[in-house]
Design a protein around this ligand. Structure first.
Ligand code: SAM
Length: 290
């Protein structure tokens, strides 16, 4: 399948990065969309790109082939939590800029067998890193009702029906596929049609965050940022839901070694949202190392 991942808020990110020279750490290189923009538009830049998804890295390596050959793109299978280790092996103590583009790539959503999408029937997987053992199947079929209810409430921000949804899931186990889960949710969730998002959105988000420890990873990485960025260096983070955005906002606000450059998050304009629906909930925050 030929998948193209259209990077979100790319012009806005470049606006903050354009005067920076040197090493860019792309924590979530994905299909290489942002990395390609940085490499082709910022002269002399070098991108160290990380991802835990090997399929994504293969596609990024193809997209960035000319830069890989030129030694300007260096891609590694690694969690961004371990970025310091990768950088050290390359001989870099600090970098000049950091980009995080959180969330799911178009490739992950479009490949039914990855189990990320409620619009495609696939196994309950949702692992970004296929070497990890915990899958969405395990969460859905073996976590107790209390825990399911907690993640649906906290990570799915489903404040009203979390308990009811968890009860329906537990009563209908085993649930093997995304389609079966959507069918259970259709029975569990009242007022499906009054919602402006697909009724399965929040529960799928909750399970994905739990499977991939997304919020813990983000917090663990942010704590390292002041040591990783050289003074004057910048960090740009694109987030896709309020839980991530809140973590980033509070971190930027409370970390004395960072100065926020975006008082309010930057949102995509109407034309970007209409041409790329994935951009709809994106928010960009940028800070500078003082
Ligand atoms: C929205 S996509 C990035 C898309 C990319 N900016 C582009 O333009 O093609 C997010 C990526 O982050 C990756 N990811 C998720 N958790 C990660 C982690 N802990 N460390 C590294 N990459 C991670 C996912 O596998 C996914 O490919």
């Amino acid at each position: 399948m030929n998948v193209v991942h259209v990077p979100v808020l790319v012009e806005e990110v470049l606006e903050f990065f354009k005067h920076i020279e040197g090493v860019f750490l792309d924590c979530t290189v994905g299909l290489g969309g942002h990395a390609e923009a940085i490499l082709s538009r910022i002269p002399n830049s070098v991108v160290v790109g990380l991802d835990v998804d090997e399929e994504a890295l293969d596609l990024a390596n193809k997209r960035l082939e000319r830069f890989v050959f030129a030694g300007r793109a260096k891609l590694f299978k690694s969690s961004y939590v371990d970025a310091a280790k990768v950088l050290k092996e390359l001989g870099f103590d600090r970098v000049d800029a950091i980009l995080m583009d959180l969330g799911v790539s178009s490739m992950q959503l479009e490949r039914a067998e990855r189990g990320f999408s409620f619009n495609r029937d696939g196994p309950l997987d949702m692992r970004m890193d296929k070497q990890q053992t915990l899958t969405a199947y395990d969460v859905v079929n073996s976590w107790d009702e209390e825990n399911l209810s907690r993640i649906i409430f906290e990570y799915g921000e489903e404040k009203r029906y979390a308990r009811r949804i968890a009860r329906f899931i537990v009563r209908n186990r085993p649930i093997h596929t995304t389609k079966q889960l959507v069918e259970v949710l259709a029975r569990a969730i009242p007022n499906k049609h009054s919602r402006n998002r697909h009724f399965a959105t929040k529960v799928f988000q909750a399970i994905r965050i739990a499977v991939n420890s997304e919020l813990e990873n983000l917090k663990r990485f942010l704590a390292q940022v002041p040591e990783l960025l050289r003074p004057g260096g910048r960090i740009a983070i694109v987030s896709f839901h309020s839980l991530e955005d809140r973590i980033v906002k509070e971190f930027f606000r409370n970390e004395p070694r960072l100065k926020q450059l975006t008082k309010k998050p930057i949102r995509p304009n109407e034309s970007e949202i209409s041409s790329n629906p994935r951009a709809r909930s994106a928010k960009l925050r940028v800070a500078e190392r003082v």
